[in-house]
Design a protein around this ligand. Structure first.
Ligand SMILES: Cc1cc2nc3c(=O)[nH]c(=O)nc-3n(C[C@H](O)[C@H](O)[C@H](O)COP(=O)(O)OP(=O)(O)OC[C@H]3O[C@@H](n4cnc5c(N)ncnc54)[C@H](O)[C@@H]3O)c2cc1C
Length: 494
């Protein structure tokens, strides 16, 4: 039996591990953290549970092709309830709220009532959402792969995507802001901008809305940690090993072949290595010589990483009556580093049992932008903790101003910066996805480099914009390449 080493027990590493075990490889995952899940994580502080990863899972709907894969790797099973938040997102300004409802007709009626002047553009939007609901990530096998249960190529599915493909260029060539500006109403405009961020292409916004409208993008009960835990247990039940608190220092490459890894100065041999640490960081840090193939240079050159500062709040009040997700403008922008936020979005977990002590509520916000250098400088100058607290205080003030029922009741705050993510994930600047900007289509990088044999990459960075579906698909693809290279049968449970 061939011996495989996987670096990282995030969702890509766990996926690769499960398929590798099922396909008959002796598999060990080395993970630097104490728990599985990587960026898909959550944590507790003083009784408050902060969901720091999953907000929605593409492929949570049984109607999608990805759903089968999530089930194959044990992320979802019949016991896992999926919660489809609706409205998924909203923007509130001047006492009016624009809501992103999942039902297309409900969305059309709601937006038209809010802004009759935008009726024509709203109708166009809703017609396109309907087309985009048919577009999904196709699940296929590599050519020539011997698979025990080959993926079925569904020609009907492919044909149904044609109307969306025909509209894709239009949205790809607009930024989210440019598209939003076609609407007169400020709440609708801001809804479209704030939902994904103004820098993104409008096609990202369209895919997001359509995923929700298709009944997908739910939240599996228990969230990130529970899902990663199910996958890790499944991997171990198949005979796989996860070694935690064990960072891999280097991949050993001899004569152009990956032959193992170095851990704590010691060489551990393997027949193949799958790297799921962020590829953008791995190509420069995990090898004696940085990898300089054309795809790796393109990744270095063209990636715009997604970084955030995550702020979790524990509120000693029951906030059931507040929306589950609402973004609103601030009287004073929140500023840190070279970033300025005129609005913030709050996720309200009041409806989630066990996420806060009885009668209390967990709120979270994710401030997206590249503030890496700022936090690095704060650390060097010894003011990192002070600046984190200053930011938490600014968010608390904003929340109290918007929701007076929280005044004096925000008892707990927790701030994770890009340095926190970098420390836990080892990813480039602590990032966890990539931005697909105006004019950019999806970029796909190879799972298998040309210059090093028996080496495979998997993880969020391999197909922009990334996220959990890419971790899943690339983990699967890495093992399919491994099967091809070793003339093995790719196996998954039926
Ligand atoms: C705030 C936030 C919200 C998000 N919301 C969503 C969402 O709603 N939907 C969605 O699809 N995605 C979301 N994402 C993105 C998603 O969580 C990630 O893209 C995905 O989990 C990445 O998985 P991965 O396995 O590719 O990488 P990672 O999760 O980064 O896993 C890599 C693993 O490798 C380990 N590692 C790194 N270096 C080493 C080493 N040298 N030795 C050993 N181990 C190592 C790390 O500890 C980590 O566990 C969100 C992320 C964040 C942070």
């Amino acid at each position: 039996m061939k011996k495989i080493i996987i670096i990282g027990a995030g969702l890509a590493g766990l996926t690769a591990g499960i398929y590798a075990r099922q396909s008959g490889f002796e598999t060990t995952i080395y993970e630097s953290h104490t728990i599985p899940g990587g960026a898909s994580t959550s944590w507790r502080k003083k009784g408050y549970y902060f969901e720091g990863g999953l907000h929605w899972l593409t492929g949570s709907s049984p109607k999608t092709q990805l759903y089968r894969l999530w089930r194959e790797v044990g992320a979802i099973d019949d016991t896992v309830e999926i919660y489809n938040r609706d409205p998924f997102f909203s923007f509130e300004q001047d006492g009016k709220r624009a809501c992103l409802y999942r039902n297309i007709e409900k969305l059309r009626a709601h937006l038209t009532e809010l802004s009759p002047a935008d009726k024509k553009e709203i109708d166009k939007l809703c017609a396109d959402i309907r087309k985009f609901t048919k577009a999904e990530m196709p699940v296929m096998d590599l050519p020539k792969l011997k698979a025990k249960y080959p993926a079925k190529f569904l020609i009907g599915k492919l044909l149904s995507m044609i109307p969306a493909m025909a509209r894709m260029k239009y949205y790809q060539n607009l930024s989210a802001r440019e598209y939003a500006e076609k609407f007169q109403n400020p709440q609708i405009r801001n809804l479209l901008i704030e939902m994904i961020g103004e820098e993104y292409s409008a096609s990202s916004a369209m895919f997001t809305i359509a995923t929700l409208a298709a009944g997908d993008g739910g939240y599996p009960a228990g969230g990130s940690v529970a899902m990663a835990g199910r996958m890790a247990r499944y991997f171990e039940s198949l005979g796989g090993h996860i070694v935690y608190k064990t960072p891999v220092e280097k991949v050993i490459v001899s004569n152009g072949v990956a032959t193992g890894v170095v851990i704590a100065g010691e060489a551990i041999s393997a027949d193949a290595v799958i790297v799921t640490k962020d590829a953008l960081s791995a190509i420069d840090t995990l090898f004696d010589e940085p990898i300089h193939e054309p795809w790796a240079d393109k990744m270095r050159r063209e990636t715009t990483p997604v970084l955030d500062v995550f702020i979790g709040l524990g509120v000693e009040a029951d906030l059931h009556e507040l929306p589950e997700s609402v973004t609103f403008p601030l009287r004073e922008p929140i500023r840190f580093g070279n970033l300025s936020f005129g609005c913030i979005g709050i996720n309200n977990y009041a409806g989630f049992a066990g996420y806060a002590p009885e009668g209390c509520t967990t709120l979270t916000t994710v401030l997206i932008g590249d503030s890496y250098d700022f936090w690095k400088q704060c650390k060097e100058n010894g003011i990192y903790e002070t600046e984190k607290q200053k930011l938490a205080d600014a968010v608390i003030r904003a929340v109290e101003e918007k929701f007076p029922q929280t005044i004096g009741k925000i008892a707990v705050s927790d701030v994770a910066t890009p340095l926190t993510y970098e420390r836990y994930l080892g990813s480039y600047k602590g990032s966890w996805m990539s931005i697909m900007k105006k004019g950019q289509g999806t970029v796909q990088y190879p799972v298998k480099p040309d210059s090093i044999q028996n080496l495979y990459f998997a993880g969020q960075r391999l197909i922009s914009p990334g996220g959990t579906p890419v971790a899943l698909m690339s983990g699967r693809e890495a093992v399919q390449h491994l099967c091809l290279d070793t003339d093995s049968v790719f196996q998954a449970n039926d």
